[in-house]
Design a protein around this ligand. Structure first.
Ligand SMILES: O=P([O-])([O-])O[C@@H]1[C@H](O)[C@H](O)[C@@H](O)[C@H](O)[C@H]1O
Ligand SMILES: [Mg+2]
Length: 283
């Protein structure tokens, strides 16, 4: 078959739209907030319900045995987070949960699909803005069906950079994060931003609204779909030390080009994080 994954790609767009409608509806009623790894790592019933809807729809369409699933809330409940060669869906049902809880208007559904550990397509539905970002490997990136492209800015002094501080508030890490941000701000760049959703941040790189987004501490489900979208919009992905991008490493720089990426990397103060695919520690 020439084009084995087109049906899966189209279906992912449909499912992301359905999930986004659920999130919008849930945002109109009272939101019950729970916490995960810390008191600022929020989760809601909507995160869990929407993940069930997405994985349920995909299993119904593609069969349970042949496809694998890595979903943020399933992993939080103890499922493994290892990328194999099998066709694998990587899902963040509500990226920007803190935004969702507070009514800060950037919340995204992120669905990616990998085969032989290579990302084939990614769909990010920024559901409060009603923007459907999507990209398939080798076939370009789109927002609401219009082609998108990264910015052509090469001068770091003319750039806007996005970063986030994540949910780990240990003082050593926060100090490193803000030291990095200070150094980047003082290069100087035009501005520093953050939407509160990694998936949306990557789409902002892909549309050329900003030149780069980097973060240490994100998870594979936050960035897998965005990774395809950035690449297909002409951008690049690197590790924060300038090495190759590794989806499971929880470290990433996405940028419009190599010059901007490498200039930012010079300023990043890295800190250790546990890989997504690290063996689960027995308590
Ligand atoms: O928890 P969640 O809202 O799905 O995802 C979070 C968001 O993408 C946030 O922008 C990023 O800074 C965090 O690292 C992520 O964990
Ligand atoms: Mg997320």
């Amino acid at each position: 078959m020439d084009d084995p994954w087109q049906k899966a790609y189209d279906f992912a767009v449909e499912v992301a739209r359905k999930a986004g409608a659920e999130i919008r509806k849930a945002g109109e009623s009272e939101i019950r907030v729970m916490t995960k790894s810390s008191t600022v790592d929020l989760v809601t019933k909507t995160d869990e319900r929407v993940e069930k809807i997405i994985i349920g729809s995909l299993k119904e369409e593609f069969g349970e045995g042949t496809h694998c699933f890595i979903g943020e809330e399933s992993v939080a409940k103890g499922e493994t987070c290892v990328l194999t060669d099998k066709p694998t869906w990587i899902i963040d049902p509500v990226d920007g949960t803190t935004n969702f809880v507070h009514g800060f208007p950037f919340v995204a559904v992120s669905i990616a699909f990998a085969v032989n550990k290579e990302l084939e397509f990614g769909v990010v539905y920024s559901c409060l803005e009603d923007k459907m970002y999507k990209a398939r490997r080798g076939k370009g990136a789109f927002c609401n069906d219009e082609p998108i492209q990264v910015s052509d800015v090469k001068d770091i002094n003319k750039s806007i950079i996005i970063s986030e501080h994540g949910t780990d508030r240990s003082p050593e890490k926060v100090t490193k994060i803000f030291s990095t941000m200070q150094k980047i701000l003082c290069i100087p760049v035009h501005g520093l931003r953050g939407s509160g959703t990694a998936a949306t941040n990557m789409c902002l790189v892909a549309t050329g609204a900003v030149e780069a987004f980097f973060e240490i501490g994100i998870h594979c489900w936050d960035i897998a779909a965005g990774a395809v979208i950035v690449r297909e919009a002409g951008g690049i992905l690197l590790d924060v030390d300038g090495g190759p991008f590794d989806l499971m490493s929880r470290r990433m720089v996405s940028a419009n080009n190599d010059i901007i990426a490498k200039r930012i990397i010079k300023e990043i103060e890295a800190f250790p994080v546990t890989r997504d695919d690290a063996p689960i520690q027995k308590k």
